[in-house]
Design a binder for this molecule. Structure first.
Ligand code: HEM
Length: 544
């Protein structure tokens, strides 16, 4: 019998690391060199918009760190206690232990208020960053094959982020959080047939009960964070495996990635950026007050303070509820509360489902099965861009509607008139936004084409011998011309005749007709470059 011997670890590889004692030390014990060699040379493209995902990541790290600090003192209990702490105005007031412990963190724990504020500000920035990051993915088409799964993972993170934020600011059991929970209980109750049972199940009986805060605590500190951590890990692994998309430019193709290596450049930049985010959040937390629960007081179900506002990311749901007419049906002794069901479940349901499924809709319309690693400039996909801006306008009107009371008091307007204005705008606004965005995108396409064909305007006016005035145009650099032309002009789907020469009907039926209609709506007015114009560009006459 013969035996083969293999070195226990990669000695040859280790040789290469001998100049770096730290790597050598780690490699001799863990054998990491071989495994990480290709990883640390991984290339990342550079663009400011790629930092948005990093802002989400770093603010989430801060949420975890400050959250651990808060759990050391927060008591998730609805047991009634009498307050005797440092905040004198509430001395002797009876409140839940949850509220009393939040007051304790704010006034009696060293750096407690700072940590509460860090946690809250980081949460606000986290959700803002996720939303803007997802919009950059949408508007640049970074969701296209092979990144559809990562789009869905990201979308789930967005929904979990909203849930986590809402759960978090509901925990202290102050007047504002209790009011938010009351709305949430109303929303659950509005679900037909199972709503009442579900509400009893969630709250352990009638609202508010004593079970909900401890349950919400477990959801907030364990369940949702664990899901977010798991999904963020999967999300980043996929970004790594699928490689990052990049903007078109000289030397950049669908097959390569041009950028900086992970080690040391990208890590140094990202690490530095992390501390910038930490610094900004700490500055905000130190200087700008957020969620002063002592000013709201403990939750009492029959009280509410004027001007109550949720955290910014819940505002669109509040607005949707506020602008809905009071429609209610009573069918065979069962009340169907459309006044709550439509604004709080159906409207956000449609908005979010549409957002999640857009990549699949677009793929169905284009029939495009190819991989895409070069990003779209939003102007070159006018319909997608216009749909995105219409969706943002819809969301924006709902969001403004959530502040109808504050807008009314600050600008001395009638709250009824405002509500009616928002009711009209929520339908009209997206249509106007769609139309304007599409026209602007097409206009920008034409301007690009003009630049490619005639060069950049220099502002220098020439007078010819005949007295004619003309502006001098400067040719674009080859790189700039490449950047402006490196995109496909998608053609609308042509259906062809309904039957072929043998009288056999076209396969595909109604589905294909629908697809052709959608394709026409999306791509029919893209600005094309004619063959003659291409020849002119190729011949280098692209400037007069
Ligand atoms: C907890 C929330 C999230 C974190 C921490 C996160 C983090 C990141 C990071 C660091 C990147 C690489 C840098 C960049 O392109 O910005 C990235 C890429 C990506 N993210 Fe997210 N993200 C989150 C949520 C989302 C959401 C809500 C979506 C979409 C609905 C999404 C979709 C994507 C996609 C498709 C990529 C690949 C982009 C490309 O290669 O160009 N992410 N994410």
């Amino acid at each position: 019998m013969s035996a083969t011997t293999a070195p226990a670890t990669g000695d040859k590889d280790r040789e290469e690391t001998k100049t770096d004692p730290v790597s050598r030390w780690a490699d001799e014990r863990l054998g990491i060199y071989k495994g990480t060699k290709s990883l640390i040379r991984k290339v990342f493209p550079d663009h400011w918009s790629f930092l948005l995902g990093e802002i989400a990541l770093f603010s989430f790290i801060l949420i975890l760190l400050s959250g651990v600090f808060l759990t050391l003192w927060f008591k998730p209990s609805m047991t009634e206690v009498e307050y005797h702490g440092s905040y004198y105005p509430l001395n002797g007031v009876s409140m839940s232990e949850a509220f009393a412990s939040t007051l304790h963190i704010s006034f009696d724990v060293r750096a407690g208020l700072l940590m509460r504020q860090v946690h809250h500000w980081a949460a606000l920035i986290f959700i803002m960053a996720i939303m803007v990051h997802s919009l950059r993915i949408f508007f640049t088409g970074a969701f296209r094959k092979p990144r559809e799964i990562n789009w869905l993972i990201g979308f789930t993170l967005l929904v979990l982020g909203l849930l986590e934020g809402f759960a978090g600011y509901s925990l202290p059991d102050d007047l504002l959080s209790g009011t938010g929970l009351r709305i949430a209980s109303g929303v659950v109750l509005a679900i037909p047939i199972v709503g009442t049972y579900l509400s009893y199940f969630l709250f352990g009986g009638d609202f508010p009960g004593t079970d909900f805060i401890p349950r919400l605590f477990t959801i907030h500190v364990l369940l949702v964070p664990a899901l977010i951590v798991g999904l963020v890990t999967a999300h980043l692994i996929l970004v790594f495996v699928q490689k990052h998309t990049q903007w078109a430019g000289p030397g950049k193709t669908n097959e390569n990635v041009v950028g900086l290596p992970l080690m040391p450049v990208y890590m140094a930049k990202a690490g530095g950026f992390m501390f910038v985010i930490f610094g900004v959040v700490f500055l905000l937390a130190g200087l700008v007050q957020i969620n002063p629960i002592w000013a709201y007081g403990p939750y009492v179900p029959d009280q509410i303070s004027a001007g109550s506002q949720p955290d910014w990311y819940i505002g669109f749901l509040e607005g949707s509820l506020r602008m809905m007419p009071n429609w209610e049906w009573n069918l065979w002794g069962h009340t169907i509360s459309f006044n709550v069901l439509i604004p709080s479940l159906i409207v956000p349901g449609i908005l979010f489902t549409g957002y999640a499924l857009w990549p699949f809709f677009e793929q169905w319309v284009t029939g495009d099965k190819r991989e895409h690693h070069i990003l779209d400039r939003p102007r070159n996909r006018p319909t997608r861009t216009a749909v995105g801006v219409a969706g943002m306008t819809f969301y924006g009107v709902l969001w403004l509607g959530g502040g109808n009371d504050l807008i009314a008091t600050h600008f001395h307007l009638s709250v009824e008139a405002l509500t009616w204005t928002f009711r009209v705008l929520v339908f009209l606004g997206p249509v106007i936004a769609f139309w304007c965005t599409k026209r602007i995108a097409l206009g920008l396409q034409r301007r690009d084409k003009d630049k490619i064909l005639h060069g950049r305007e220099t502002g220098i006016i020439k007078v010819s011998l005949e007295g004619e005035f003309s502006e001098v145009h400067e040719p674009l650099s080859a790189g700039e011309r490449f950047r402006l032309t490196a995109h496909e002009v998608q053609k609308p789907l042509e259906l062809g005749p309904a039957t072929d020469e043998n009288g056999v009907p076209r396969p595909g039926g109604r589905g294909l007709k629908l697809r052709a209609k959608a394709s026409k709506a999306m791509f029919s007015d893209n600005v094309e470059t004619t063959v003659e114009e291409y020849k002119e560009i190729e011949a280098g006459h692209g400037h007069h």
